[in-house]
Write a protein that binds this ligand. Structure first.
Ligand code: SF4
Length: 441
């Protein structure tokens, strides 16, 4: 975002007050702090507006492909390091289905992508995209592949460097596919396809980042701004270097020609798995692979989830009284905090025991048991308050509560305040299955 003085220089300086601020400088200061919109001034010239929008744009352009609920967003990142603030748009992971695998191969690929989804700490994480690659040399095969895949609604990447074929298959395109790719060899013709279709376009095949930035500038001058860059990938080290240089140039130097999302197109070898992992960790906005086995892609998605959660906001579940299984009035009551990872770990360990139970989740602002206890957010008072609020004594007639072993120190006071018998449970959640079996249901 430009400074107040930079904005002020571009304003009309009429000091008319129509923007509800007495002077243009006051308005510029509010604009710099993103408290008002530029539209509040009716006298800004089109040139000044364009200049301000350009300088106020995020360092990495936001781009979407696909439509509806399944559309994916990439780019719009502002940080080099996640711990400085947060990363916003998780790397899109996709499977490449080759048209040489025939209709059944494409259908199998789509079915695989749809099956690669699971829930972790209350969030659904999944593989997001399918790419159809032309390799047979037969346009009909590519068209058929695109038709089969597009009916499923997944965000799609269309992979052919033949601009004529890309354009011809547009009758079968799903909404807003990502076109892969414009290279120095087909540049102008592929730019025309992207322009005609208003679809985002990958630019790649450049030998250096300098050449890649020149190509992105040419695309922008031609009116195509929804771009994805494919820097030179090579080895793991080269991928890491090129992705880091692109991110650094965009975020730290505000170098617009490299301020776009990035893509890594990989095979299925162990080296490719290493490169995919680096891509997720370091700045690939999209990672496409020839093969996605569950054993590889599930940990990759967990890595992605960890990197793209806001480090300043713990993932939380709603405080309350939860059923694990089908508990009744003889079932035990346990408590934990509303830090998602703690809640889901404890819940999974109770489920392992096959014993139904009541799980009371205390609001600790997303902190884990020990952190919340040390910070005074998990106290006998707060637990007693939750017991009363959730009417725990009405649902379980045992008049007992099992507390985490790590907070055994609160047992006396909790007994006194709640009137319930306090049982000190295991120190680790993994001890719950053994401990809970001592309760008769
Ligand atoms: Fe200045 Fe525009 Fe506000 Fe008038 S409306 S004071 S010209 S910024």
């Amino acid at each position: 975002m430009p400074t107040a003085m930079e904005i002020y220089k571009l304003l009309p300086k009429k000091n008319c007050g129509e923007c509800k601020f007495p002077t243009c400088l006051a308005f510029a200061m509010q604009l710099a702090n993103q408290k008002v919109a530029l539209e509040a001034c009716p006298y800004v010239s089109p040139e000044a507006k364009a200049a301000l929008e350009e300088s106020g744009a995020p360092p990495i352009r936001l781009m979407t492909f696909g439509t509806g609920d399944m559309a994916v967003k990439v780019g719009d990142e502002t940080q080099l390091f996640r711990h400085d603030k947060t990363f916003y748009n998780p790397t899109v992971i996709g499977l490449i289905a080759d048209d040489s695998s025939g209709s059944q191969g494409i259908k199998d690929g789509v079915a695989l992508v749809k099956s690669l989804s699971f829930e972790r700490v209350g969030q659904n994480i999944r593989v997001n995209s399918i790419a159809i690659r032309h390799s047979t040399g037969d346009p009909k095969e590519f068209l058929e592949g695109v038709k089969h895949a597009s009916s499923e609604g997944l965000p799609m990447v269309l992979m052919t460097e033949d601009p004529g074929l890309m354009g011809e298959t547009s009758v079968a395109w799903p909404k807003r596919p990502l076109l892969y790719r414009a290279t120095p060899a087909n540049f102008d013709a592929m730019i025309e396809v992207a322009k005609r279709s208003s679809c985002p376009l990958v630019i790649g095949g450049a030998a250096t980042l300098d050449e890649l930035s020149q190509l992105s500038e040419r695309a922008k001058k031609a009116g195509v701004t929804d771009l994805v860059l494919e820097p030179v990938q090579g080895t793991c080290a080269q991928l890491l270097e090129s992705m880091t240089v692109v991110r650094r140039a965009a975020v730290k130097k505000h170098f617009r020609p490299l301020g776009y999302p990035t893509i890594s197109v990989l095979g299925s070898s162990d080296l490719d798995k290493g490169r995919a992992t680096i891509g997720v960790a370091k700045y690939s906005s999209i990672v496409l692979m020839d093969e996605l086995s569950r054993g590889f892609v599930f940990p990759l998605m967990v890595l992605r989830q960890n990197i793209f959660t806001d480090p300043q906001v713990p993932i939380q579940v709603k405080p309350g009284l939860y059923k694990v299984g089908e508990p009744n009035e003889k079932s035990p009551v346990m408590f934990t905090t509303n830090f998602s990872l703690t809640y889901f770990t404890v819940r999974a360990d109770i489920e392992k025991s096959k014993m139904p139970a009541w799980l009371l989740v205390i609001d600790t602002e997303g902190q884990s048991v020990m952190t919340a206890f040390a910070a005074g957010k998990l106290t006998p008072e707060s637990v007693t308050e939750a017991i009363e609020k959730e009417k725990v004594k009405d649902v379980s007639k045992r008049n007992e509560i099992v507390i985490p072993g790590m907070v055994s120190r609160m047992s006396g006071k909790l007994n006194e305040l709640s009137g319930m018998k306090v049982i000190v449970g295991s120190r680790e959640s993994s001890g719950i299955p053994k401990m809970i079996k001592s309760f008769s249901g």
